[in-house]
Design a protein around this ligand. Structure first.
Ligand code: KIV
Ligand code: ZN
Length: 512
């Protein structure tokens, strides 16, 4: 690979999924992986195979189906983890095991309770073990930005000798500053004698809002792989955002003299898909993928743009996929056209039952909204897939009365474990009244951490996509619901969250 080529390693399905409440089902992960494949990212980190049976299945499903992009699983530096990752990746056309251990004094002493020599020994034996199972092994020095340079040089030299092909330097806690981080990368590349035998990678978290800046500084200092996520999703404040990195590299290519293999036109579809599946809305002023990213409000700017586009525009909205949200279908569209358009958007169905369920939702929607665009379809599939498994709670009907000067009143009827139940409640507003009525029936005791409504399209006939985040006993889930009536969408989202809480998906966390 040419020295000016930057490898894009997407970890939306692994680190992105570590955002509280962003769990994805295996089918949802495959949908995202298909768009990433279409975008031509180089590596998809599909999950952490040992974390749970569901994670294993998801890595396997992605590895079995994705043919043109390398698929990777995370594994701690433990034989058990590495075996599980290798097994999930067995059918991958190209697979990678990404193994890691912490190298900072604070992590080694308090978290691992291991001496530095033991950490080196474990790192080397894990890389050797993984290389016996797969050709492509990446090694990460967790909390590298707070690790000692000499110790990092020592461990990196040994793991490269043991067969690691990629050395990842994570800023795990988002502590680094661009100049400082660049200097560390340059020093490592210069001081490690066998550095030329591996690709240096960075993985930056955004706790100080510097993830993209740190990644770019590291690339400038010689790193040739960046780990990033769609919409900057990820643990705590998230990871470096793929779209920002990609467009910075592309827009400033003459200055940076670097390139990627990405098809930028897939950026907006990928962003919308990830947002719809996870229920994490994209802030309007988010670079590249925010609704306002290309909207010029000031008269002076608009005038400039009309006279000569480049006066205020450094990128074209259509180049990152903004114009692809074309009108697709209406109530007369058939099942074949519906399926074909979804396949073009990267969504396929595992069974006829799933296709039928999505198609009947589409018909219901087409009765209420005559122009159905791609964003509606993406949301529709997300909602169908997220409510596929057994649902303890289902909404039967709801009625709300809301009038100026009156306290809103909701009457909700729902099925709980096969039994029809009803309740009435008042609330601060109609949505509040409905959610109170549902809670009165279910008595979940969960704490509501977030309620957000996002209009999927721009007209007043838009579907509202609602996210409700609930927390109970330390578990956080994001329920999503979409409808042209936002009160119904809210009820659906709340009930979806209750069903997720009920599903009890236990997962191990890689850093614990
Ligand atoms: O942030 C981090 O250090 C990680 C590693 C597991 C690569 O996610
Ligand atoms: Zn991370």
């Amino acid at each position: 690979m040419s020295d000016s080529r930057v490898i894009i390693f997407d970890t939306t399905l692994r680190d992105g999924e570590q955002s509280p409440g962003a769990s994805m089902s295996k089918d949802e992960k495959l949908r995202i992986a298909r768009v990433l494949e279409k975008m031509q990212v180089d590596v998809i980190e599909a999950g952490f195979a040992i974390a749970s049976p569901g994670d294993y299945e998801a890595v396997k499903l992605v590895a079995d189906n994705i043919k043109n992009t390398k698929v990777c699983s995370l594994a701690r530096a433990l034989e058990l983890d590495i075996d599980r990752a290798a097994s999930a990746l067995k059918n991958a056309v190209a697979g990678r095991i990404h193994t890691f251990i912490a190298t900072s004094p604070i992590h080694m002493k308090f978290k691992l309770q291991m001496r530095p020599e033991q950490v080196v020994e474990r790192a080397v034996s894990s890389v050797k073990y993984a290389r016996n199972l797969i050709d492509d092994v990446e090694f990460s020095l967790e909390d590298a930005s707070r690790s000692e340079l000499d110790f990092m040089c020592l461990i990196i030299e040994k793991v490269i000798d043991a067969g690691a092909r990629t050395i990842n330097i994570p800023d795990t806690v988002g502590y680094a500053l661009p100049q400082e981080f660049a200097l560390s990368i340059a020093n490592l590349i210069q001081r490690v004698p066998n550095a030329h035998k591996a690709v240096f990678s960075v993985h930056c978290h955004n706790d100080l809002g510097l993830a993209v800046a740190n990644s770019l500084a590291a690339i400038n200092a010689g790193a040739r792989q960046v780990e990033c996520t769609i919409n900057g999703l990820g643990e705590r404040a998230g990871n470096a955002s793929l779209e920002e990195l990609a467009m910075a590299l592309h827009t400033r290519r003459e200055y940076l003299q670097l390139y990627t293999a990405l098809d930028h036109s897939q950026i907006v579809p990928a962003s919308k898909l990830v947002s719809s599946i996870t229920g994490f809305p994209v802030q309007p002023n988010k670079a590249i993928v925010g609704a306002n990213a290309f909207a010029h409000e000031s008269g002076i700017h608009q005038d400039g743009i009309l006279k000569h586009r480049e006066t205020y525009e450094i990128m074209r909205a259509e180049d990152v996929g903004w114009s692809t949200n074309r009108l697709v279908m209406g109530k007369h569209s058939g099942r074949a056209a519906f399926r074909a358009r979804l396949e073009e958007l990267g969504s396929s169905f595992n069974s006829d039952a799933q296709l039928n369920a999505a198609f009947s939702r589409f018909k219901e929607l087409a009765d209420k909204k005559h122009e159905i665009v791609d964003a509606d379809l993406i949301s529709l599939v997300s909602v169908t897939q997220s409510s596929e498994s057994y649902e303890k709670y289902q909404l039967s009907s709801l009625a709300v009365s809301s009038q100026t000067g009156e306290i809103p009143l909701a009457k909700v009827s729902m099925v709980c474990d096969g039994l029809e139940q009803r309740c009435e409640a008042t609330g601060g507003g109609p949505v509040d009244a409905v959610l109170c009525a549902i809670e009165n029936i279910v008595k979940s005791g969960a704490t509501q951490q977030l309620y957000s409504v996002n209009a999927i399209t721009s007209g007043t006939d838009s579907q509202g996509e609602v996210t409700v985040r609930l927390e109970k006993n330390g578990r956080i889930v994001n329920g999503i619901g979409a409808d042209t009536d936002i009160i119904i969408a809210s009820a659906k989202a709340y009930i979806h969250a209750l069903n997720l809480l009920d599903a009890h998906i236990e997962k191990a966390h890689p850093q614990v």
